[in-house]
Design a protein around this ligand. Structure first.
Ligand code: ADP
Ligand code: ASP
Ligand code: MG
Length: 409
């Protein structure tokens, strides 16, 4: 049966012209099977990183309108190359930037959100037998400036286009075989998952699994669009990210994610009175800094220590703000530690099973890994540990919860 499919390919999948030809092979094969295909591409290899470094050579904190104008160019290169390859094969490939298509976003440069995708133009092209090849990662705001969607944002472009086109499938092609129980580059015993629910994928992505951008999962979940993650390097079914009710199994732990790009800030000896947490975190949030894990100690002598984590890129700014807060609150010293990692275990079976946290803590204790912060949600438990122990902790938890042995659903 003929299907309308959106296929998104990541940076490694289009890293050089050889890889672009391999992507063209995949597109051609799908067309030969009778499908209508729309393609979304990332920039080649690590070109986005190179563009960001260039910007930072000029200004460590570049103007964000100009930053977006610069970093969005990477995707323009890859789409034109793939369109050329398709045309040479007699397929009507045609490149489009998000700007040409009017993919509308808000104005949060470098972190913009998609507001509206007008698919009239693409639909007409598809009906005329064209294979649109569209730049991922970018859009335009209401005054016509180019915006970008945050790192990994091409995933979100792919999902948003698939939703707007009412596509039968959204396929995210990457450099691993799908979504694994943990990053297969960290632990070689990681196992490919056939299915995962939106809810679990949301937690895994927000806890650091960059295989799918968090916003792409949010978007897919909101519109109940199943997303298949698969390899552009070899054949396989990959992983279907979909509604929970379609998945039989309820593993206690489905996967483990990690983040090692956060810093922990502590303000010591603040008065333990109502409103202190708001006084500490208010100015941090006013500065546009997102806070992740938060811990407030039990007070001793009517004072307490307050600790939270932020992304590394914001740690110096947060430290400065905290010094001012400490002066005004009459608090004590400030400490900053970026030698940390956050490990999270995620599984929707946790809801119905007590003792998951104690099993996690025991596994870490058995490996002499000290936990400095803990936070939980309904289907996730996260701990902050020393960065150097991250890999060991992931392996220990993967083994403790038998993730290499879990039956496929
Ligand atoms: P792309 O360029 O295709 O968008 P990314 O580098 O953004 O690819 O995402 C793919 C990478 O995500 C993999 O190479 C892998 O190292 C990492 N990753 C992290 N967690 C997971 C996981 N649970 N399953 C699969 N890959 C993961
Ligand atoms: N090229 C962009 C990045 O490197 C977007 C993407 O790859 O999804 O973040
Ligand atoms: Mg990516």
């Amino acid at each position: 049966m003929s299907k309308l499919i959106v296929k998104k390919f990541g940076g490694t999948s289009v890293a050089n012209t050889e890889r672009i030809e391999a992507v063209a092979d995949i597109v051609e094969q799908s067309i030969n099977e009778g499908n209508q295909v729309t393609v979304v591409l990332s920039a080649m290899d690590n070109n986005t990183d190179k563009l960001i470094s260039l910007a930072k050579e000029i200004d460590p904190e570049p103007d964000l309108r100009e930053y977006d104008a610069l970093v969005s160019t990477g995707e323009q290169v890859s789409v034109a190359l793939l369109a050329m390859s398709l045309l040479r094969r007699g397929i009507k490939g045609k490149s489009y930037t998000a700007y040409q298509l009017g993919i509308k976003t808000n104005s949060s440069h470098s972190q913009a959100r998609i507001l509206d995708v007008d698919v009239d133009k693409i639909t007409k092209e598809i009906q005329g037998g064209v294979v649109p090849v569209i730049t991922g990662f970018q859009g335009m705001n209401n005054v016509g400036d180019i915006t970008t969607l945050g790192r990994g944002g091409s995933d979100t472009t792919g999902v948003a286009l698939a939703v707007a086109l009412k596509a039968d499938e959204c396929q995210i092609y990457t450099d691993v075989d799908g979504v694994f129980t943990t990053d297969p580059r960290i632990y070689d015993k990681a196992k490919l998952l056939k299915n995962i629910s939106f809810e679990e994928m949301l937690e895994l992505s927000s806890a650091g699994a960059k295989v799918l951008q968090l916003r792409a999962v949010e978007y897919a979940s909101k519109f109940n669009l199943p997303v298949r993650v698969l390899s552009s390097f070899k054949d396989g079914e990959g992983t279907l990210v979909q509604e929970e009710k379609n998945i039989m199994e309820k593993p206690i732990v489905s996967g483990i994610s990690s983040i090692d790009t956060e810093a922990k800030l502590t303000i010591r000896g603040v008065p333990d009175v109502p409103g202190v947490a708001a006084k500490i975190l208010g100015p941090i949030s006013d500065a546009g800094i997102d806070v992740d894990v938060i811990v407030q100690n039990i007070s001793a002598d009517n004072t307490t220590d307050f600790t939270f984590t932020v992304d590394n890129s914001n740690s110096s700014k947060a430290e400065e703000i905290l010094k001012e807060t400490s002066n005004s609150l009459g608090g004590g010293s400030i400490e900053m530690d970026d030698d940390i990692a956050k490990i999270s275990i995620v599984g929707r079976g946790m809801r119905a099973n007590a003792g998951v946290a104690s099993k996690m803590f025991q596994a870490l204790a058995d490996n002499e890994i000290n936990i400095s912060m803990i936070t939980t949600s309904e289907i996730k438990i996260s701990v902050v540990i020393k960065k150097a122990e991250m890999q060991e902790a992931i392996k220990a938890l993967h083994d403790a919860f038998d993730l290499d042995k879990e039956l496929d659903s």
